[in-house]
Design a protein around this ligand. Sequence first.
Ligand SMILES: [Zn+2]
Length: 511
Amino acid sequence: MIHLLVNATVLTLDATLPVAQALAIKDGRIVEVGGTDEVLWLREADYEVVDLGGRTVVPGFVDPHNHFSLGAFEMLWADCRGARSVADVQRTLAAAARETPAGAWVRGVGYDHHVLSGHPTRDDLDAAVPDRPALVMHFSHHQCVANSRALAEAGVVRATPDPPGGEIARDKSGEPTGLLFERALSRVETASREAWEARFTEVARAASRRYAALGITAIQDAAVTPAMARRYADARVAGALAIEVGEVMVGARGWFERPDDAAPGSLKIFVDGGYRCAMRVLRDGRPRTSGFLFYTREELTALLLAAWRADRDVVCHAIGNLGIETVVGAIEDAVQTMPEGRARVRIDHAIFLTAELIARIADLGVWVVAQPSFLWDRGGAPAPDRATDETILMRPFASALRAGVKQAFSSDYPCGSNAPLLGIAAAVTRASREGRVAAPEEAVSVSAALEAYTLGAARAAGIDAVAGSLESGKRADLLVLSSNPLECPATQLASIQVLETWMKGVRLNPP
Ligand SMILES: [Zn+2]
């Protein structure tokens, strides 16, 4: 069967034919892109004509930094993203405890300490869930609060020292408060997911359809433990993944630990913390460093070279300017030995940049994968050691593009909103969902944002041979939108709807 999609405005993202009217699909691939009349000539014995009545068609969105293996469980875990108070978190966890099967930890996700005016404590959680391990993850996924049972199971007691690269928060008497930062949360976080992960195939089936409904046709899961890699293999055998998922591997001991036992494939290295990223700021004329830096430049250089020698691509998480400086320096050093490594490494997040770092990244020619979704969700709320230092730019998307940085967009879902059109809207308007505008001079054009979430993202993910643009030979992953993003007012971008999602030439949405 050949499908002929005609009478549309097709934004191809192909520079040789940026706008077309029609395309033909056969065996899951695009076989022709052009005018309606010329595509209608391709009718075969078995054909379907889909008249799109002037609607806009774009390539399926690619999200190269998404945590599908967390997001897939969102229907099962206690959602604390809307919690306005510690009491809300307690109520949500207590209700979740009643639904949590025996043997599984009670797991809440997404609280924001700014909204709660502080973090909950182990006592708060004990009051809600006294008799079994429970924890609630901060929206950043880089800190969490555990109850007493969870701390006991993870062996966190008064005498436990802070691990390198992590911190156990303590009260005045030295007793752990339940709040754990970065590498201090590895054990509880891993344990809290274990029992739930057995249901991955079931939740992945539903979640991948939710993703498709948002227009996402391909993602990379940005942190996959060896246990989850096995779950992914099972889900694939069961045919549960409706969209394309690539995996970026971390080790079994926890996301932020050295990935020594990661499964084969692309490798994720967390260079600095999340909410407490590694910063260096000038205060009163003097440099002051803060946050967690997990590797020195030399250690990271050795890790990069070892990965490249093992034929692995590397995704480096770096948020703070000191974290980014460390990874940029390590890449500069490593490519002295292996110049071909340039094409095998990218920097994800890169939030707190400087003009100097932007220039060095542009020189290296490596991809940066950034998240406009955070502007949408939090209006660019600053990290704790937000500089008064004017050399530090925050999510400087326009400056990066002007300097020639290869920049792709992603969501970091569930840390940021999943819908690519919200990310695109935020990159163009720099506005949050409440309308707060952050650094408007760093806004990019709609076409730049669209490219960063399609072709650019596919290139950053290494799948541009089959995805990211609408060209003959590529996979027929495409969307029908309610309006043309290039023509609608910027303030309307966030309300554009994905009317149809086609994956490999099959309409997934609406089913
Ligand atoms: Zn992430």
